[in-house]
Write a protein that binds this ligand. Structure first.
Ligand code: SF4
Length: 354
């Protein structure tokens, strides 16, 4: 490097321009080598999901969303009827997912859309809508195993609540995980019990911790989902959630900023009293997310930073940014601020073993 720099100083004007460019490229190369020392071994400033999937499968793998016709205890009356205050399930289901269609039909329709991208494409069946372990075990077995028989499906991603899993179901999933990729994704949403009450979640933070711990050591890929900016949570509590995640055996994390959608209780609350909510602007979310990521264990794979509710039901905030556009913005923001996932993570203070 010194040699190149000396040559720049000695050379003429055009020569200098040429060497400055070489010097800049060398510098970027060195910085990238340093960044490759991140546990995730890429130059990105966070542990990204697509690299994680590529490392596991070695091919393109697409998640196909399913609506298997489940409900949830927070809607069927077992715990409540109104649901979580932010919830409108339409906000996270593509049009091809209708519970009247069989699992096979939904997956085949999803496949026909994505196969245009290449015949080598493989899939994970994503049991997404409502609570996907909330049924008798025999029914779950039928649905999961039907999905696994569809050609090209390499595994399952099962989204659920922490209070809808038990030892029997976990034992069954443990067996499946010997042959397939099985990911269990817990809706955690907040670790603040006052907030969980305020959003009518009908489970506690302790139930979340217990369910995730009970799922550990079974060959399952464990995921968690948080909504940042719920009423009752502030910057301090949100940042403390990174420490909570660091204490749990979670492999994957999904982050969403709070959005108000029609058809939810929050929509009514927002209409009556918008001041009850502190919704993020793009800039305020970028800044909070940066601090959150600096605290987060670098071993935790980040599946998403935002969610994009369909435009026809989204009330606020309206960012007009696709997920990939926000991610690119955030990546730039991290790089410009010399920040990265786990920058201030203290491994000795975490119970999670790398
Ligand atoms: S967010 Fe999930 S648990 Fe809450 S009401 Fe909606 S489907 Fe039920």
């Amino acid at each position: 490097m010194n040699y190149i720099y000396a040559k720049i100083l000695r050379g003429g004007k055009s020569n200098r321009k040429y060497h400055v460019s070489i010097y800049a490229k060398s510098l970027i190369f060195v910085v990238n080598i340093i960044k490759m020392n991140h546990p995730w071994k890429t130059t990105r400033p966070f542990n990204d999901y697509s690299s994680y999937i590529k490392n596991i499968f070695g091919v393109r793998v697409q998640k196909l969303s399913l609506n298997a016709g489940f409900t949830c205890p927070n809607r069927d009356g077992v715990k409540g009827r109104k649901g979580c205050t932010y919830c409108n399930n339409l906000s996270f289901n593509p049009a091809y997912c209708k519970p009247k269609k069989s699992i096979t039909q939904q997956l085949e329709e999803g496949k026909s859309f994505f196969e245009r991208k290449g015949k080598s494409q493989k899939y994970l069946a994503y049991f997404q809508a409502y609570t996907n372990t909330y049924a008798p075990l025999d029914l779950l077995k039928d649905l999961y195993e039907e999905a696994l028989k569809v050609p090209g499906v390499l595994g399952l991603v099962i989204s659920t609540r922490p209070d809808c899993i038990d030892e029997q179901k976990l034992d069954y999933l443990t067996e499946l995980a010997k042959d397939f990729y099985i990911s269990l994704e817990y809706g955690m949403e907040s670790f603040n019990d006052n907030t969980l009450d305020a959003i009518n979640r009908c489970h506690s933070a302790e139930e979340t911790r217990a369910a995730i711990r009970a799922s550990e050591g079974r060959g399952l890929h464990l995921g968690g989902h948080l909504v940042l900016g719920l009423p009752g949570d502030n910057e301090e509590t949100i940042l403390s959630f990174a420490d909570e995640v660091n204490q749990l055996p979670l492999d994957l994390l999904k982050l969403h900023h709070l959005q108000i959608v029609t058809g939810s209780t929050m929509f009514k609350q927002y209409t009556e009293d918008p001041g009850y909510f502190s919704l993020f602007s793009v800039d305020s979310y970028l800044q909070l997310l940066l601090s959150f990521m600096e605290r987060l264990n670098p071993d935790t794979v980040i599946e998403r930073f935002t969610a994009e509710a369909p435009a026809d039901i989204l009330v606020a905030p309206k960012w007009s940014l696709k997920n990939f556009e926000f991610t690119a913005k955030f990546e730039k923001h991290l790089n410009e601020n010399n920040a990265w996932q786990g920058k201030f993570f203290d491994r000795s203070a975490s119970l999670k073993v790398a």
